[in-house]
Design a protein around this ligand. Sequence first.
Ligand code: GLN
Length: 477
Amino acid sequence: MSPTLSAIATAASVQRGETSAVDVVDAALERVAALDLNAFLSVRAEAARADAVEVDRRVARGESLALAGVPVAVKDNIALKGGPTTCGSRLLEPHVSPYDATAIARLKTAGAVVVGKTNLDEFAMGSSTESSAFGPTRNPHDRDRVAGGSSGGSAAAVAAGAVPVALGSSTGGSVRQPAAFCGVVGVKPTYGRVSRYGLVAFGSSFDQIGALATSVEDAARLLEVVAGSDPSDATTRPEPVGELGADLDAWRPHAARIGWPKEYFATALDAEIRGACEAALDRLAAGGAEIVEVSLPHTEYGVAVYYIVAIAEASSNLARYDGVRYGFRAPADDLQSMYFRTRAAFGAEVKRRIMLGTYVLSAGYYEAFYGKGTAVRARISTDFDTAWERVDVLLAPTTPTPAFKIGEKIDDPLEMYLNDIYTVSANLAGIPAVSIPYGMIDGLPIGVQLMGPPLSERRLFEIARFLERDIASGSSG
Ligand code: GLN
C-alpha cells in the first residue's frame, strides 16, 4: 500500500501535474478496501474514479483547485447526490440522496474526491459508534476499543491512513472525541461557520459539520473549503472565512493569554490526560504565553442541559421518519400500524432520546425541563463571554479517559453521556473548538482541546499548530 500524503501535499502534487488525481484516488481506494475496522458504510469506487478523471481534466485546463485530487471520507449523515445517506440507521438504509449537501458541493468545486461514506452512531447519537445499525467501528490503535463517536468511522479512516482528511459532524462532541480517541486533529467550527444544508438534522441549534485530519494545516485547509455563508442555511454566518491555514508557523505565544478553566480539572479526569494538558500549558508558558486560571461556573450543568435540549430538538427532527417520505416503510394494513412498525426499526438509543425528548417538551413539563435547560444554556454561554474578557483561548482535556473497550459502556447510557463532559459546552455556546493529539497512554492517544470565541478558528489553528510542532519535536506529552 502506498502511504497517504497530506491533503496539502497531494493537492500541490496533482496541481503541478506530478501525479494524477486518478492515481491518488486509486491508491486511496486500495487502502480503503484493505481497512478492516468497519469504518466505511459505502465505498464509491467507480464514481470516485470518474470524479478523479474530471479533476485531472480541470487541472489540465489550468484551474487552480485547493483540494485537487484529495481523497475525502464523509460521515454518512451528510448528503451526497445519487448515493446512500444511511445515518447508521435501518430507517434510512434504502434512502438515496437527491442532492448534495453544500459542504459536499464545495468539496467538489475545490477538486476533492469523495471515496466513501463513514460509519456513525445511529443519527449521530452516541460517543462510540456502537449504536450504528451496522456495527461498531474499531479503533486503529486497538481493535478491541471504540473509535469514539459519533464520527467514529471518519476518525478511524483518517487515523488508519486510508484518507488524509474526512468530514464529520458535531452536536455535542462527535468530531473532537473520536479525533482524541484515534489520535487525529478534529475541529468543531463556530455554529453557523459551515452550512448545515444536507446535514441530516439531530439538534439543529447545535449541529455543525467539522473536519478530521492528520495535521492542523490539513484540517484548516478542509475547513476553509467547506466554510462560509450559504443562502440555503439561514443560520450561516455572513463574515468572510479568510485564510485559516496560511502561515500558521509564524505564530508565537508571547502575547497570548491562555485560560485554564478550573472546573475542567476538578472532575474525574485521568491523571495522564491532566498531565498532557499541563505539559501543553507549560510549553505555551515557556514560549511567553500568560496562563490565566478562569472559572466557568456553570460547567457542571453542561451534560444535563445538553441531554435535555439536544434530545428535545432530536425528538422533533426525527418525527419526519414516519415511513411516508423517506427510506424504510414497514408493511402494515393501516396507517397507524405502519407508523408504529416503521418507527420500531430505530435502535434503542434513538428510541430513548425520542421518548425522553418528547417528554421534556410535553405540556406540564416543558417549563421545568426544556425552559430551564435553555436558561442554563444561556448561562453557560455567558460564562464563556466573561472568560473572553480575560483570555484569548481556553485549554482543556477533550475526554476524561482514552478510548474505552467496545461493549464497556453501551448498556449504561449515563456513563456514555459522561464521556461528553468536556465537549458539550462548546456546542451549547456555539463556539469553535479543536482537539489535537498530545501524547499516548499505554499505546492509546490522548487529546488536548482548545476553545475560543466565535469565529476564532484561525487563532485556534495557530496555537494548535504550535503544540503540534512541539509534540512532533518530542519535547513533551
Ligand atoms: N455523544 C453526544 C451524543 O451522544 C454527541 C453526539 C454528536 O455530537 N453528534 O449526543
